[in-house]
Design a protein around this ligand. Structure first.
Ligand SMILES: [Zn+2]
Ligand SMILES: [Zn+2]
Ligand SMILES: [Zn+2]
Length: 152
């Protein structure tokens, strides 16, 4: 998403597009995977952690982004794909790699349908599967290994 599209998106979500907010949004909306606060901190050398955190909190309250806990209990942030207020249409499974500590969106994997008890209204869904990503699997496992485990 370029700056013009982002500015329009922010205005639709009721967020005033300031320079810092556009900087943070640009990284989040152009990333191919969810990012943590420290990922953003490393990518945005011009902003300190507390400024980034303030921007993220504002984005969250305006349904511009979603946050979920990865396998370590660290929050990951990603753009909300719903128009206007989030309606859960963009809920999806996440995969957390325990080797490289990256999270991946599994948008193409259907969420299991969950029938809640009467009176319970869901506002968000968090579904995280922990394991090893293809990149890490390839790197660690020797070609000749037959067991498929890390140590063999
Ligand atoms: Zn959403
Ligand atoms: Zn990995
Ligand atoms: Zn995601």
């Amino acid at each position: 998403m370029d700056t013009d599209n982002l500015t329009a998106y922010m205005e639709r979500k009721g967020v005033k597009p300031t320079a810092n907010r556009i900087l943070v949004a640009k990284i989040l909306f152009n990333s191919d995977r969810p990012l943590t606060l420290s990922d953003l901190e490393n990518m945005l050398v011009s902003l300190d952690k507390s400024s980034i955190f303030r921007v993220l909190s504002l984005f969250l309250t305006h349904d511009m982004i979603h946050a979920f806990e990865d396998g370590r209990g660290v929050l990951n942030y990603e753009p909300c794909k719903s128009k206007g207020e989030c309606n859960l249409s963009d809920a999806h499974i996440h995969f957390y790699c325990e080797s490289c500590h990256r999270s991946f969106c599994m948008n193409d994997v259907p969420l299991p349908s969950i029938q809640l008890r009467e009176g319970f209204v869901p506002h968000s869904v968090s579904f995280v599967i922990k394991g090893e990503c293809p990149q890490c699997g390839k790197r660690i496992r020797p070609v000749s290994c037959m067991s498929g485990r890390r140590v063999c």
